[in-house]
Design a protein around this ligand. Structure first.
Ligand code: SF4
Ligand code: FES
Length: 368
């Protein structure tokens, strides 16, 4: 095997996988998926240079590599640390990590207003999710929260600087996608804020993507603001032939009945914009803000929403049967006896197979 193709082994929370050299711990964990994957508030795989700002992705390295198995003395940012062959990493299996993450969340919430009930990001806010997973009841902070003067950044995007967690993602979007960055982080410490020039950066075909990358409600869509709670809308995947160079034309429409309340880029399981043909699927402002008629779009079907998300409540796709056969689930062991309980069940309506219906069961599916 040549050096280029040689994989390296990494064990994360007792699960071992082979990855390419140069892979970060976070991306290796994303290959495993589920709870093993650390949360990431500032890293965004489609934005070069992102990560290393928020510390939510901290993990414990219990063994640095097979060649040097000493543990790393401090927790490390998994989005910025590359894996080594034989590395052993602990995420959810480490008490130190849980403790540190609780502390990071407490710090992130020091100045962040707890205004979820009136924030448009509620239901899809990564900080809200993190707060529910790692937050503590109450606060130890006794000082006035940091606030900022309101800044008007045009007709499409609402900036709420008080909610910003300084993840830098929007500045990377401006830098790498709009090709016209005029805003950045100014000042230091408690006074740090994005831009005094942000209003100028917004005048760009792709500025709306800043809303999609913002993990909190600091940048929200003015055309959607206060119109609806996101969990009352129905997200569907749709596309149109867009002529803006660089726009993929593939979006998620957030419907209420036939009305399009909001258009966003399509997101993957990590909350990042999906890639199409190997390129990030950014959408232009014309698709996002000015194309709100269903007739302008070809609707493909319901968007897949994580089953843990409040947005998925009461939205059903057709039934998807698990692909595993019983033998696979039982690690190669053939079942000795399979019982068809349907025919002997005293509960089910004999004409209805509960596993075949593509909706939730209701009382008429059972014997009276
Ligand atoms: S406005 Fe949002 S995307 Fe920009 S730095 Fe603040 S939290 Fe991050
Ligand atoms: S995601 Fe790693 S430091 Fe923010």
């Amino acid at each position: 095997m040549s050096d280029e193709t040689k994989k390296i082994k990494v064990t994360i929370d007792n699960i071992t996988i082979d990855v390419d050299p140069g892979t970060t711990i976070l991306n290796a964990a994303r290959r495993i998926g589920g709870d093993v994957t650390p949360p990431a508030m500032c890293y965004y795989s489609k934005l070069e240079g992102s990560g290393g700002k928020c510390r939510t992705c901290l993990v414990e390295v219990a063994a640095g590599s097979a060649a040097d198995p000493r543990p790393m003395p401090k927790l490390v940012a998994s989005c910025r640390t590359g894996v080594m062959d034989g590395m052993i990493v602990k995420n959810i299996t480490s008490d130190k990590v849980t403790d540190a993450r609780n502390g990071v969340v407490e710090f992130l919430l020091l100045n962040h207003p707890l205004d979820c009930p009136i924030c448009d990001q509620a239901g899809e806010c990564h900080l809200q999710d993190l707060g529910y997973d790692h937050g503590k009841e109450g606060t130890r902070y006794q000082f006035a929260r940091r606030t900022f003067k309101k800044e008007d950044i045009g007709p499409y995007i609402q900036l709420h600087m008080t909610r910003c967690i300084l993840c830098y993602r929007c500045t990377y979007v401006a830098d790498q996608i709009t090709n016209k960055r005029l805003h950045g982080i100014v000042d230091r410490g408690d006074h740090a804020a994005i831009s005094t020039y942000i209003s100028k950066a917004i005048d760009n075909d792709f500025s709306g993507n800043m809303i999609d990358v913002c993990p909190v409600g600091a940048l929200t869509d003015k055309t959607f603001r206060f119109k609806n709670r996101v969990w009352f809308t129905k997200p569907v995947d749709a596309h149109r032939s867009c002529t803006t160079p660089g726009c993929c034309g593939k979006a998620t429409l957030w419907l209420r009945g036939e009305e399009v309340f909001r258009v966003t880029a399509r997101k993957d399981e990590w909350g990042e914009v999906q890639s199409f043909d190997g390129k990030p699927g950014w959408i232009c402002n014309t698709c996002r803000f000015d194309t709100k008629a269903t007739a302008s779009w070809t609707i493909e079907g319901l968007t897949t929403i994580s089953r843990h998300s409040v947005i998925g409540a009461n939205k059903y796709k057709t039934l998807e049967m698990p692909k595993e056969t019983i033998k696979e689930v039982m690690h190669g062991v053939e079942p000795k006896l399979l019982m068809d309980i349907h025919s002997v069940s005293g509960v089910n309506n004999p004409d209805i197979h509960l596993s075949d219906i593509d909706r939730p069961a209701h009382s008429s599916d059972f014997k009276k």
